[in-house]
Design a protein around this ligand. Structure first.
Ligand code: NAD
Length: 337
């Protein structure tokens, strides 16, 4: 049983903690918080040992009646690996601390690939992280792109991808990012960072992306145009995506024609926090025209990277050599379709 610490118990961190706890070969030894807020209180109520990132704030936690088990340094002493889920940019600073302590660490997509040196996706390059000390699970959008482009590349080769990424303006709880009422080219330059980011896990893929922010909090939405190396028909693509774990073909005609309805579907599945770990692809959108595949998909930004974090732990701690075995194990424990 391997020990895992989560540094930064926010949107991603709390989900990673629960996903790790659901596995039978790893356990959470602690999670960290900077503030004694409701998430800190609920972490303790769930049974997680809570450590504080800012030791001077101990009294604040005491005053709030939230029991702490020590400081982050003490948490790091107890673990085989840390999953750093702190906000963008803080992970790069924490990397120096982890290096000094000689502790393995996984970072999130907000950190730059160059600062970590290795990016991770369960399907595209699992084995590159085997036994490695530091890796970064690519962002929610890049994870979404990889989930569908990797099987398509395996099936028939990809000549070139163009993708338009419609991004949620903020997460549902991010009141500091709203209210918003605009469509924002983000960035207004081409390509957006998503294409180059995909190349950190799908080496050599020819892709360009443009991205815009829209006033929604539920999910991202992607529109892909893929020039195929060896054109196949739509049914072969459907069969391939159907057989790919963590990808879900959905039908607008069944009432799943929007991100709102997909979130309703996640609720109906009884998922904790309404999470949709899978990448839904609209079946009706799949079409091959003049050797070019078109499709539309959505990404639940708060949860799609979570199973990838579990697989990254298995790869880096050399717990499972084959990606497919780790993917299957993670999926079973998390109830992924
Ligand atoms: P978040 O703000 O929801 O959570 C971050 C947590 O870290 C908060 O609890 C915060 O209090 C805590 N924290 C802040 N400074 C800290 C420090 N110095 N030490 C320890 N904890 C600290 O952020 P998030 O959305 O979970 O994002 C975390 C990472 O995951 C970022 O790299 C982000 O880019 C990436 N990511 C986010 C999403 C998303 O949609 N939310 C999706 C994929 C990847």
């Amino acid at each position: 049983m391997k020990s895992v610490a989560v540094n930064g118990y926010g949107t991603i961190g709390k989900r990673v903690a629960d996903a790790v706890s659901a596995q039978d070969d790893m356990k959470i030894v602690g999670v960290s918080k900077t503030k004694p807020d409701f998430e800190a209180r609920m972490a303790v109520e769930k049974g997680y040992d809570l450590y504080i990132s800012i030791p001077e704030r101990e009294k604040l936690f005491q005053d709030a009646g939230i029991e702490i088990s020590g400081t982050v340094d003490e948490m790091l002493d107890k673990t085989d690996i840390v999953v750093d889920c702190t906000p963008e940019g803080i992970g790069a600073k924490n990397l120096e601390i982890y290096k000094k302590l000689g502790i393995k660490a996984i970072f999130q997509g907000g950190e730059k690939h160059d600062n970590v040196g290795l990016s991770f996706n369960s399907f595209a390059n699992y084995s590159d992280s085997f036994g490695k000390d530091y890796a970064r699970v690519v962002s929610c959008n890049t994870t979404g792109l990889t989930r569908t482009l990797k099987p398509i590349n395996d099936l028939c080769g990809i000549k070139k991808v163009r993708a338009v990424m419609v991004r949620r303006g903020g997460d549902p709880s991010q009141i500091n990012k709203g209210p918003i009422n605009a469509v924002v080219p983000n960035p207004p330059t081409v390509p957006s960072h998503h294409g180059p980011d995909l190349k950190t896990v799908m080496y050599g893929v020819n892709i360009n992306t443009v991205a815009l922010l829209v006033p929604t909090t539920l999910m991202h939405q992607h529109n892909l145009m893929v020039e195929l190396e060896n054109p196949v028909d739509v049914d072969e693509i459907k069969a391939k995506l159907n057989a790919t774990p963590r990808v879900l073909l959905v039908k607008a005609s069944e009432g799943l024609g929007s991100t709102a309805e997909l979130m309703e579907y996640a609720k109906e599945l009884g998922r904790s926090r309404n999470d949709l770990f899978e990448i839904p692809v609209w079946e009706e959108s799949l079409n091959v025209v003049d050797g070019e595949l078109y499709y539309m998909q959505a990404v639940h930004q708060e949860s799609d990277v979570v199973p990838e974090n579990v697989d990254a732990i298995r790869a880096m701690l050399e717990m499972e050599e084959e990606n497919n075995k780790s993917i299957a194990k993670t999926n079973k424990a998390m109830g992924i379709l």
